[in-house]
Design a protein around this ligand. Structure first.
Ligand code: SF4
Length: 148
């Protein structure tokens, strides 16, 4: 099982925002540059995380991205569950659909395994991911920021 690139970038962003200085004005473009993802991809991530109330995107002079209090407290499990969705892990309903799907126990077993994966991440908060010494490494990204 592998996270989608969208979920991975979302988690990179919330971790980086969790260590932002109070006076730091981190733009979507700057975040894309420092986290090594295309700007258009980052813009979509910012829009989705804003919709979820995890990130606040302020426009105009002095604007920028900020992690909300809810974003800081959020569990990684809740974020991943929201972004990954609940679709099948295998191609059960692909075109053509799997011929075994009418009587397949593997499908349910995979679903149960995924829920266990999410449940283990429910115990991890964004805040806990950036506690020392990890937070110091993330802070260094500020210094290598190269907006594209
Ligand atoms: S074997 Fe089962 S889990 Fe795999 S694709 Fe077919 S229905 Fe889905």
């Amino acid at each position: 099982m592998r996270l989608t690139a969208f979920t991975d970038v979302s988690l990179r962003l919330v971790m980086r925002l969790a260590v932002a200085r109070e006076d730091e004005r981190l733009t979507t473009r700057a975040a894309a540059g420092m986290l090594a993802v295309p700007y258009t991809h980052m813009a979509k991530v910012v829009a989705r995380l804003s919709d979820l109330g995890l990130v606040e995107a302020r426009r105009g002079r002095g604007g920028g991205l900020r992690l909300t209090a809810a974003g800081l407290r959020a569990s990684v499990g809740s974020i991943v569950r929201e972004l990954e969705g609940s679709g099948d892990l295998a191609g059960c309903e692909d075109d053509p659909p799997c011929p075994l799907r009418a009587a397949c126990r593997l499908r349910g077993a995979l679903s149960t395994a995924r829920e266990a994966f999410y449940a283990s991440l429910d115990e991890v908060t964004v805040e806990s991911l950036v506690s020392a010494p990890v937070g110091e490494v993330l802070t260094l990204l500020r210094e290598s920021e190269k907006p594209t």
